[in-house]
Design a protein around this ligand. Structure first.
Ligand code: BTN
Length: 239
């Protein structure tokens, strides 16, 4: 993977896509020191991108072995990020909040945005290395590696993460993604516990029983057991 390091751009995901279309190359990583219009999973305000944190996008060619499993790439990314933090700081309290938020000390550490365009996949990752945005929303607090006492250079982190994603992706391809769910389970926030899922503005309460093979959540409510493929885990005490 070739690394391209820029000072300021609108969004590393957009830049990666443009670069792919103009140069017809994939397998590169774009890193920007800051973004003026970082994209998020919701169409809300841009991803806050102060200098010091990591904003990166990795492009991968959409080969047939991956095509059927693109919805699981966010799991690969979240798992890889979690493993990199564990490698640097083995005692870190790091969890994956379904579907793809990474929590450090129960606060959001990173954001993942995966986009598919024609025959490439862009894996966009923002990691709070030195600072985290102040949010007034106490429901979703944020943190940074630095706040948790973990010191690492963002470029070094980007390289470790790229390597880990490639490793995990190659393993997943070998097993047709069958072992991914088991690999990610030990890190799942609130698994076997009671969860509150905001599903199209309806709150579903139940026990987080398991992950299903497609990455959905299997929840046992007092009426039924069902699988949710989308939704947001919310904090119970704020409902
Ligand atoms: C989320 O909503 O949690 C996902 C946010 C993803 C932000 C990252 S920062 C690097 C990459 N480029 C973008 O424009 N967005 C992603």
């Amino acid at each position: 993977f070739k690394f391209i390091h820029l000072e300021s751009i609108t969004s590393t995901n957009d830049y990666a896509k443009e670069l792919f279309f103009s140069e017809k190359v994939s397998n590169f990583v774009v890193i920007a020191d800051t973004q003026t219009n970082g994209k998020t999973t919701k169409n809300s305000s841009p991803w806050q991108s102060p200098v010091g944190n990591l904003y990166m996008s990795m492009t991968i060619k959409l080969i047939p072995e991956i095509e059927r499993f693109t919805h699981l790439l966010s799991f690969i990314t979240a798992l890889s990020l979690t493993e990199v933090v564990k490698d640097i700081s083995p005692n870190a309290n790091i969890k994956i909040k379904w579907p793809n938020d990474v929590l450090l000390n129960v606060k959001k550490l990173s954001g993942i945005l995966i986009e598919k365009e024609n025959d490439i996949i862009v894996i966009g990752i923002g990691v709070n290395i030195l600072s985290s945005p102040k949010t007034n929303n106490i429901k979703y607090p944020t943190t940074s590696l630095k706040e948790a006492g973990i010191d690492i250079d963002k470029i070094k982190f980007a390289k470790l993460l790229t390597k880990k994603i490639i490793e995990n992706l190659n393993n997943a391809i070998k097993t047709k993604f069958s072992s991914l769910i088991d690999d990610i389970k030990p890190y799942m926030y609130k698994i076997n516990d009671t969860i509150y899922v905001d599903f199209n503005n309806e709150i579903i309460v139940g026990k987080f029983e398991n992950l299903d093979i497609n990455g959905g959540i299997i929840i046992k409510t007092n009426r039924e057991t069902k699988t949710l493929l989308s939704g947001t885990l919310t904090k119970e005490n704020f409902i």
